[in-house]
Design a protein around this ligand. Structure first.
Ligand SMILES: *[C@@H]1O[C@H](CO)[C@@H](O)[C@H](O)[C@H]1NC(C)=O
Ligand SMILES: *[C@@H]1O[C@H](CO)[C@@H](O)[C@H](O)[C@H]1NC(C)=O
Ligand SMILES: *[C@@H]1O[C@H](CO)[C@@H](O)[C@H](O)[C@H]1NC(C)=O
Ligand SMILES: *[C@@H]1O[C@H](CO)[C@@H](O)[C@H](O)[C@H]1NC(C)=O
Ligand SMILES: *[C@@H]1O[C@H](CO)[C@@H](O)[C@H](O)[C@H]1NC(C)=O
Ligand SMILES: *[C@@H]1O[C@H](CO)[C@@H](O)[C@H](O)[C@H]1NC(C)=O
Length: 463
C-alpha cells in the first residue's frame, strides 16, 4: 500500500492489479490482495509528436519571415529617421542663415535634393509595405493556427512539458548570453587596423555641411579654400580662398576672410598678392599662416609666409609637373594638378608622381622650415586614376569619379604600416560633378572641397 500511494504522488500512476498468490503457499490459497490507486487519469497521453510538428512549423515560419524583405524595410525606416533628423537640422541652419541675411542658394538646393530623395525612400517603403502585406496575410493565418494549436496542447500539458521546455529555452538563452559576456571580457586587445587614429579609422564622409558659391562666381571653375589647421594666434577663424585663372594654369591672389560670418556674407576680405611667382593648380593650402603650393611652371614647392610676405622655394625631386601626372576623371584630366599639398595630424604632405615610380603617386612628408622631404613612400596608385587625394592621420585617401552626384574614396595608403588597399568604397555626395580641391583640416576634422566653384565642407566619420 505504501508503495502504491508513493507512486500516486509522483504521478506515475498506473493500476497495480496484482493478485498475489502466496509464494510457496501450500494448499491454501490466500485471498488475492488488491492494490487500489485513486487516479486522475489524463484525457490522453501527452501528444509529443504534435508538439514536435508544431515546433518544426514554427522554425519554418520564422525562417520564411526572416527570409523576407522585412529587414530591408526596417533599414529604410532607420535611414529615414536619421535623414529626417539631418534634414531638420539643415532646415534650422538654413533658417539661421536666412535670418542673418546669409541666404545661400546652395543650402536651399541641398534641402531640395534631400526632400526628393526622402520622397523616393518613402515610396520604396510603401511598395515594400504593400508587398509584405500580401506575403504576410498567409503567414498570419499560419501563425494564428499554430497559436491555437499550442493553446490546445497546453491543456494537455499536465506534466508541464511545454512550460519546462520554455523554461529550458530561457535558461539556455541566458546561459549562452552569459557565455558571450564571458568571452567578451576575456577578449584579447585588438591590434589597430591600418589607418586608425586614436579616434578610429575613416569610416565615412558626411553629407555636404556648409556650402556656398565662390564669391568670384561660377565662371571660376578652379580653386581651393580652407581654414588654417595650425593658425597664428588670433587667426583661428580666418578662411582663405584662392582661385585659378586660365584653366587652372595660375593664380596669385589669396583672399582672406576674417571670420566664417564675413566669409558667408562676403562683407569683408583682404586680397594678398604673392610676389615674384604664381600659384599653379589647385593643390595649395594654408598651414601655420603660410601658403604652400606648386610654384608656377616648375617641379618646385613654394612657401609664402603671410606675415613676412616672403616666398621660399625648393625642388620636389623628380616630381612630374605641367600636366605630366595630373588628377583625372574618366573623360578628362584636371589640368595642372600634378602637385597636391595636404595637411593632417602629422604635418604637411606633398602628393605627386614621378617617372621612376611609373607615374604612380609618391607621398612625401615635408619639413615646413626648409621644404626638405623628411620621408617618402612609393605607392602603386597611378596618379591619373584618381580625381583627388588627401591625408588623414598619416593615411592617404584617393577619390575617383563615381557619378555626377557621388565621389568615391577607393584607395588608401597607410604611411605607418605601409599597407595599401584599393578596394575601399566610401562614397560621398557632391554639390556639383567636378571636384578641384580636397583637403583635410585636422583641427576641425572636416574636408574642405572646391567643387565647380562651390565651397563645401564635409565631416569625416570615424569609427
Ligand atoms: C517549410 O516551408 C517550405 C516552403 O515555404 C515548405 O515547402 C515546407 O513544406 C515547409 N515545411 C514544413 C514542415 O511545413
Ligand atoms: C491548421 O493546421 C492544420 C494542420 O496543418 C490543418 O489541418 C487546419 O486546417 C489548419 N487550420 C486552419 C484554420 O488553417
Ligand atoms: C613667417 O614669418 C614670420 C616673420 O618673419 C616668422 O616669425 C614666422 O616664424 C614665419 N612662419 C613660418 C611658419 O615660417
Ligand atoms: C627641418 O629642417 C630644419 C632646418 O633645416 C631642421 O633644423 C629640422 O631638424 C628639420 N626637421 C626634421 C623633422 O627633419
Ligand atoms: C621609390 O622608387 C624609386 C624608383 O624605383 C626609388 O629610386 C626610390 O628610392 C623609392 N623610394 C622609396 C621611399 O622607396
Ligand atoms: C579589401 O582587401 C583586403 C586585403 O586584400 C581585405 O582584407 C578586405 O577584407 C577587403 N575589403 C573589402 C571591403 O572587400
Amino acid at each position: 500500500m505504501a508503495l502504491c500511494s508513493f507512486l500516486c504522488k509522483i504521478g506515475l500512476c498506473f493500476l497495480l492489479q496484482s493478485a498475489v498468490n502466496a509464494v510457496g503457499s501450500v494448499g491454501r490459497s490466500r485471498v488475492a490482495q488488491r492494490c487500489y490507486c485513486d487516479l486522475e487519469v489524463p484525457d490522453g497521453l501527452f501528444p509529443v509528436q504534435q508538439l514536435n510538428e508544431l515546433h518544426r512549423l514554427c522554425v519554418n515560419c520564422t525562417r520564411t519571415l526572416a527570409g523576407q524583405e522585412f529587414d530591408k524595410a526596417v533599414d529604410i525606416v532607420v535611414s529615414l529617421e536619421q535623414r529626417l533628423t539631418d534634414l531638420q537640422q539643415r532646415i534650422n541652419e538654413f533658417e539661421e542663415e536666412y535670418e542673418g541675411g546669409l541666404y545661400s542658394i546652395i543650402s536651399f538646393r541641398i534641402i531640395e535634393i534631400e526632400i526628393t530623395e526622402l520622397h523616393d525612400l518613402f515610396q520604396e517603403l510603401q511598395e515594400k509595405y504593400t508587398s509584405n502585406q500580401n506575403d504576410l496575410s498567409g503567414q498570419i493565418v499560419q501563425i494564428v493556427n499554430i497559436t491555437d494549436r499550442v493553446d490546445e496542447l497546453q491543456k494537455y500539458d499536465r506534466q508541464n512539458v511545454v512550460q519546462e521546455q520554455r523554461e529550458n529555452a530561457r535558461l539556455r538563452r541566458s546561459l549562452s548570453s552569459c557565455n558571450d559576456e564571458l568571452l567578451r571580457t576575456v577578449a584579447p586587445p585588438t591590434t589597430p587596423h591600418p589607418g586608425s587614429c586614436s579616434f578610429g579609422a575613416l569610416r565615412g564622409v558626411s553629407e555636404p555641411r556648409s556650402s556656398i558659391l565662390s564669391h568670384y562666381g561660377t565662371s571660376y571653375f578652379y580653386g581651393g579654400w580652407g581654414n588654417d589647421p595650425l593658425p597664428a594666434a588670433g587667426k583661428e577663424n580666418q578662411y582663405w580662398l584662392a582661385i585659378m585663372l586660365k584653366s587652372n594654369y595660375y593664380g596669385n591672389v589669396i583672399r582672406i576672410y576674417p571670420s566664417f560670418g564675413t566669409f558667408l556674407s562676403k562683407t569683408s576680405h583682404t586680397d594678398v598678392t604673392i610676389p615674384g611667382t604664381h600659384i599653379q593648380g589647385t593643390g595649395g593650402i594654408m598651414y601655420e599662416n603660410c601658403f604652400y603650393f606648386n610654384c608656377y611652371n616648375s617641379p618646385k614647392l613654394c612657401k609664402f609666409n603671410m606675415t613676412a610676405k616672403t616666398v621660399l622655394s625648393d625642388d620636389l625631386p623628380f616630381a612630374g609637373h605641367n600636366n605630366k601626372f595630373p588628377y583625372c576623371r574618366p573623360s578628362s584630366c584636371l589640368l595642372y594638378t600634378d602637385i597636391d599639398l595636404a595637411t593632417d595630424e602629422n604635418g604637411l604632405w606633398a602628393l605627386y608622381a614621378t617617372e621612376s615610380n611609373f607615374g604612380n603617386t609618391v607621398i612625401s612628408l615635408v619639413n615646413t622650415s626648409d621644404l626638405s622631404l623628411i620621408k617618402s613612400w612609393n605607392t602603386t596608385l597611378y596618379k591619373k586614376s584618381a580625381t583627388n587625394a588627401f591625408m588623414v592621420c598619416g593615411v592617404m585617401y584617393a577619390t575617383r569619379f563615381f557619378s555626377d552626384e557621388m565621389e568615391e574614396i577607393f584607395y588608401m595608403f597607410d604611411t605607418t604600416t605601409e599597407v595599401e588597399l584599393n578596394n575601399l568604397s566610401i562614397r560621398f555626395r557632391k554639390v556639383s560633378s567636378g571636384i578641384q580641391h580636397i583637403n583635410y583640416n585636422p583641427r576641425d576634422q572636416k574636408l574642405y572641397v572646391y567643387s565647380d566653384a562651390f565651397l563645401v565642407t564635409h565631416d569625416i566619420i570615424f569609427g
